[in-house]
Write a protein that binds this ligand. Structure first.
Ligand SMILES: [Zn+2]
Length: 293
């Protein structure tokens, strides 16, 4: 699933490519993925100009004058920019064809200002796309429940995080994934952050010392900022997920100490961790360092 670094990269690329252009054609191939909170269908977007592309929690929102198209890609949704005559329509959910950029006061249109397709595909059809009246975010499931502090913003301070932790009675990995608390961390980066902070994924928030809490805060900021920079630096097409730089997620061996990376179930999610660098801190957890494996 795209996480914050992926979404920010996709958002920037789509904004650069499509803002200011008008929709000239649309096609919907998987109506099961679409939800209409306004009367009509995708053809409502015809002739409308794209004003902005923003990220809201795990949604990308395409803002058209009085309408928003909000997409939650879930596990397998991917965006792609394509030439309208390109044949690859595998797993296509919808496509919007954008006309050339409108001529501006900066001069006439240049070469290459041709039509462009925004294609959204989903091999599992688990994601959802909502067409909404502008700003009517309560009409999209999960969109108005988000609202945690942006972990990349200056207001995500050590003090704010320490006070957030004090209110929590759950496990630290559950907190990291809570979109109402933090905006936003998914499974892959939750593992990387706990590895960086050297904390076992099943550690309870209330058992963290002040130093642990500060280290965890700093790990969130470091891991997420570095990932944003790395994904941007690679400059891959937007349907390519760049994850090969992750240190512990889906890895066999810890890059720090060489121990075997283990998996633990935390609230039904697989957590990857190094049992040596992130030792268990409470009774009842497997102590992998003593199993001889
Ligand atoms: Zn290790």
């Amino acid at each position: 699933m795209p996480e914050l670094p992926d979404l920010l990269y996709i958002q920037a690329r789509l904004k650069e490519a499509l803002v200011g252009r008008r929709v000239v054609a649309e096609r919907l191939r998987e109506p099961i993925v679409m939800r209409f909170a306004v009367r009509g269908n995708l053809s409502l977007l015809l002739g409308r100009r794209l004003d902005d592309v923003i990220r809201h929690a795990h949604f990308l929102v395409f803002r058209f004058e009085d309408l928003d198209l909000a997409v939650n890609p879930m596990l397998a949704g991917r965006f792609r920019l394509a030439a309208p005559d390109e044949k690859d329509e595998r797993d296509l959910v919808f496509a919007l064809t954008f006309g050339p950029p409108e001529a501006t006061s900066h001069g006439p249109r240049g070469e290459g200002d041709s039509m462009s397709d925004l294609r959204y595909r989903d091999e599992k059809n688990m994601g959802k796309a909502y067409l909404l009246a502008k700003g009517d975010w309560k009409a999209a499931a999960g969109m108005d429940q988000a609202g945690g502090v942006d972990v990349l913003a200056p207001e995500f301070t050590r003090e704010r995080f320490v006070s957030l932790l004090k209110k929590r009675r759950d496990q630290v990995r559950v907190l990291l994934l809570d979109k109402r608390a933090l905006d936003s961390i998914g499974n892959a980066y939750a593992d990387e952050i706990l590895f960086e902070a050297r904390l076992h994924p099943k550690t309870f928030c209330r058992s963290l010392s002040h130093d642990d809490a500060v280290r965890l805060h700093d790990a969130i900021v470091k891991v997420m900022r570095e990932a944003v920079a790395e994904v941007a630096r690679r400059g891959e097409p937007i349907d390519v997920k760049v994850r090969d730089f992750l240190k512990v997620r889906l890895r066999d061996v810890c890059p720090r100490c060489g121990a075997k990376v283990r998996k633990a179930g935390v609230r039904g999610m697989d957590a990857y961790f190094c049992p040596h660098c992130q030792p268990a801190t409470r009774a009842g957890l497997v102590d992998w360092t003593k199993t001889g494996k």
